[in-house]
Unconditional design. Structure first.
Lengths: 378, 258
């Protein structure tokens, strides 16, 4: 496990100047481009759907990573922004109100509105940290979900627990992604088309996150995470910079939410429960808080792993014992929980932490390592 | 307020519950001065620092800096106005590199915002490059450039003190406030620190220094203020302060003078 991590760390910055070789990028691009075809042919559409969801979770995890990983603010209600984006799409592009806005209008609007909700959450929690912040954000997430659940009376807006159905699929002009696209030589199945759109959105979000990490505001976030008082003494307006983290993280969630609604064509409050927030948080922590490649890895792994367990739990039992003892559905959560415990026990800073954090862990394992912050001698 | 006054503290008071940490403290600090602030433990030195740099809101009184009143409770604005500080118990960004620490110090002087950060405009690229160059230059100035890419927490104690000073200097201050910079240092390191502070003054930055090392304070400061139980008991040149009866009393007790 350690060797794998070392290999991944080396792959993430193999050259001296920290840049990847061009052929690594080219290979990755080709791999990602042919991926949906291979998956569809080899594993079927179920797995292609799962892959699409994995991409949505990559976007969510990267958004939450800005708040939790960069700025160090523990947010347990992140899924609320996903809900805001999804419901905005659902309300503006469905028979619910008879509106059918175009995608290029709703997605940016969804990002903006989610950003506003981010400010709404950030403003009252500015003075809170750690567990207190976690409790308030958890409450915020639940409030949003309960609102969506109950906004069907006196005026019906969200359709309540039934959710909104018959939502417009993602579409470019009159070309809907819900139908196979005939390009003459080749017909692109709907799921593959969604994959490409999601891949583009995820790539854009990865690019934004990478740039933010190494920028004035990214440094300010890290400074607040490390020591808020020292950050103030460095001239950082901690209030604004924290609000910016909440808003920025929320916009990623808003975009992912819009794409989700346009993919599922159905939204209901139960998709946005506390467990979802916890799941996204797990992706960030398990992958490697604050380290973008790690977070992406965490998101992919935590989406694919439970599905993998679900697929194999039944057949394996059948083969071993001749009958199914434990329901695959519960067994998958059992195995999933166990793997979380193991990872946190043996790799506390995540599966793929930043090389810097990796160095720290190596250092603390060496006896002659310099001490952490020294205690002042009076 | 005369032209050569940089900071005027007028009748600043601050209480924590029933404890009066500062009582009507007034003093003036001139441009280009190294000004010492001494007093027994708990005399209110750090409280005065915190009020000055906006971390605490004083109950009464005001600070006039460079002919402008300092806005209390807004540390970031105070930094913009030209007051920088270090902390008694070093507060670095432990898990960032030394260089990044100093780059954070440039924050208030940079103009790029989140939009230009995302778009990576040419302006943004240039600014990032100059920021890095300036930060490196400052690290060379305080003598720790060779540790630029190490995590702050892996630096030696003396280097951490220097890094904190470099980070404070990165904010382009007119006044640098050092809270016990020599605490925990050996004689060698203290001597290096003395040279650094003198160099900073020569570069036109005034220094306000809280320090327990009497030798360092007496040798380095142009003037010294003495606090005891939150009250200013004396403000003068070192040779006078040393002989002041109330100072001796504060440090050694009332019987000592006789």
């Amino acid at each position: 496990m350690k060797m794998t991590a070392r290999f991944l760390a080396r792959l993430s910055c193999p050259k001296k100047d920290g840049r990847m070789h061009w052929w690594v990028w080219a290979l990755l691009g080709i791999l990602l481009a042919v991926m949906p075809w291979i998956v569809a042919a080899g594993f079927g559409n179920t797995w292609l759907r799962i892959l699409n969801f994995a991409l949505l979770y990559v976007m969510l995890a990267l958004g939450l990573n800005i708040v939790v990983g960069f700025a160090g603010l523990l947010d347990m209600g992140y899924i609320a922004f996903y809900a805001v984006g999804a419901y905005l799409w659902a309300l503006l592009a469905s028979p619910q109100f008879g509106l059918h806005w175009p995608m290029w209008a709703i997605l940016p609007l969804g990002a903006g509105v989610a950003g506003l909700f981010g400010l709404l959450l950030g403003a009252p929690t500015l003075k809170l940290r750690g567990d207190y912040l976690a409790i308030v954000t958890l409450g915020f997430g639940e409030i949003i979900r309960i609102f969506l659940n109950n906004l069907n009376a006196p005026v019906n807006i969200t359709n309540g627990p039934q959710g909104i159905s018959a939502i417009d699929a993602l579409h470019f002009g009159s070309v809907s992604l819900a139908r196979p696209m005939d390009l003459g030589i080749v017909t692109i199945p709907s799921l593959v088309a969604f994959y490409y759109v999601f891949l583009m959105a995820a790539t854009a979000i990865i690019g934004i996150a990478l740039r933010l990490e190494r920028s004035r505001v990214g440094r300010a976030w890290a400074a607040i995470r490390e020591d808020e008082i020292a950050a103030k003494a460095c001239g950082i307006n901690t209030r604004n910079v924290k609000l910016l983290a909440f808003a920025m993280g929320a916009t990623f969630g808003g975009v992912a939410g819009g794409l989700f609604a346009g993919f599922q064509q159905f939204v209901s409050p139960e998709s946005f429960g506390l467990l979802e927030s916890v799941m996204v948080l797990c992706m960030v922590v398990l992958g490697g808080m604050g380290h973008i490649p790690g977070v992406i890895f965490g998101a992919l792994l935590l989406t694919l792993l439970p599905e993998f367990f679900r697929q194999v739990a039944g057949p394996v039992q059948q083969a071993l014992f001749g009958k199914i003892y434990i329901d695959p559905e519960s067994l998958r959560m059992l195995l999933f929980g166990l793997s979380l415990v193991l990872v946190m026990r043996y790799r506390p800073s995540g599966l793929w932490p930043s090389p810097q954090r990796q160095r720290e862990i190596d250092d603390t394992q060496r006896v002659d390592a310099p001490a952490a912050m020294p205690v002042r001698h009076q | 307020m005369t032209a050569h006054t940089l900071l005027r503290v007028s009748q600043v008071g601050k209480a924590f519950g029933g404890v009066q940490a500062l009582k009507d403290v007034s003093m003036t600090l001139n441009r280009g001065e190294i000004y010492g602030l001494i007093g027994p433990n708990g005399a209110g030195k750090t409280t005065l620092f915190n009020c000055l740099t906006g971390l605490y809101v004083p109950d009464s009184g005001e600070f006039v800096f460079d002919d402008q009143p300092l806005i209390s409770s807004a540390p970031d604005k105070t930094v913009r106005q030209g007051v920088a500080r270090t902390f008694q118990n070093i507060r670095l960004f432990a898990n960032m590199t030394a260089l990044e620490n100093v780059m954070v110090g440039r924050h208030a002087r940079l103009r790029s915002n989140i939009i230009s950060d995302i778009l990576r405009t040419p302006f943004n690229r240039r600014e990032e490059q100059t920021t890095e160059d300036q930060a490196l230059q400052l690290m060379r100035y305080v003598g720790i450039a060779h540790r630029a890419h190490d995590l702050a927490k892996h630096l030696s104690y003396g280097d951490q003190r220097r890094l904190e000073i470099a980070r404070a200097l990165a904010t382009q201050p007119k006044l640098l406030c050092l809270d016990e910079p020599a605490a925990g240092m050996n004689a060698n390191e203290t001597d290096g620190l003395r040279q650094l502070i003198e160099m900073i003054r020569l570069d036109g930055i005034s220094v306000l220094l809280i320090e327990h090392d009497v030798q360092l304070v007496m040798g380095l400061c142009d003037r010294i203020a003495v606090l005891d139980y939150g009250e200013l008991i004396c403000e003068d040149i070192p040779s006078v302060v040393q002989k002041h009866p109330r100072v001796i009393e504060a440090y050694l007790g009332s019987g000592a003078h006789a």
